[in-house]
Design a protein around this ligand. Structure first.
Ligand code: DQA
Length: 144
């Protein structure tokens, strides 16, 4: 069974209480539970990782060279400036889908640019927690 890694970047551990008008009222655990249900339906195994530290995310992506078939990532604010995460995704060559709860193209200008998306298969943005489920389905198309 293919195994995927779900990575969440900085401040996403605070989902539920963090700016609920923008990011919704669901906790990260609640979103991960929904992903687990869909993954089981699709025949995928999931591993979850959240960190507020860029280097820890880079290290985790490096580990994907063996045993991980795809990456679903919400890089949080790193989306907009982390060339290190972008290069890590490109380096390991594991199919990756970028997701965002909010529509990053409809907010402050600095959010409309992702430096990571070009190293990914694609990006899902603006559908709240559903962005993760759409992203998982997109990744499933590649790995199954
Ligand atoms: C986010 C959008 C980013 O701009 C922001 O820094 C986040 C969350 C989203 O899921 O909408 O932390 O990635």
């Amino acid at each position: 069974m293919p195994k995927l890694l779900v990575i969440n970047g900085p401040n996403l551990n605070l989902l539920g209480m963090r700016e609920p008008g923008i990011y919704g009222s669901q906790s990260l655990d609640a979103i991960n539970d929904k992903l687990k249900v869909l993954a089981e339906e699709l025949g995928l195994k999931l591993e979850f990782f959240q960190s507020n530290h860029e280097g820890a995310i880079v290290d985790k992506i490096h580990e994907c060279v063996s045993g991980i078939d795809g990456i679903l990532i919400n890089p949080g604010a790193f989306t907009h400036y982390s060339y290190a995460i972008r290069d890590a995704v490109a380096a390991v060559g594991v199919p990756c889908v970028e997701v965002h709860l909010s529509n990053i193209h409809a907010r402050e200008e600095f959010r409309s640019k992702s430096v990571i998306a070009a190293a990914c298969l694609g990006q899902v943005s603006g559908f709240g927690a559903f962005s993760y489920l759409l992203g998982l389905r997109a990744l499933a198309e590649k790995v199954l």
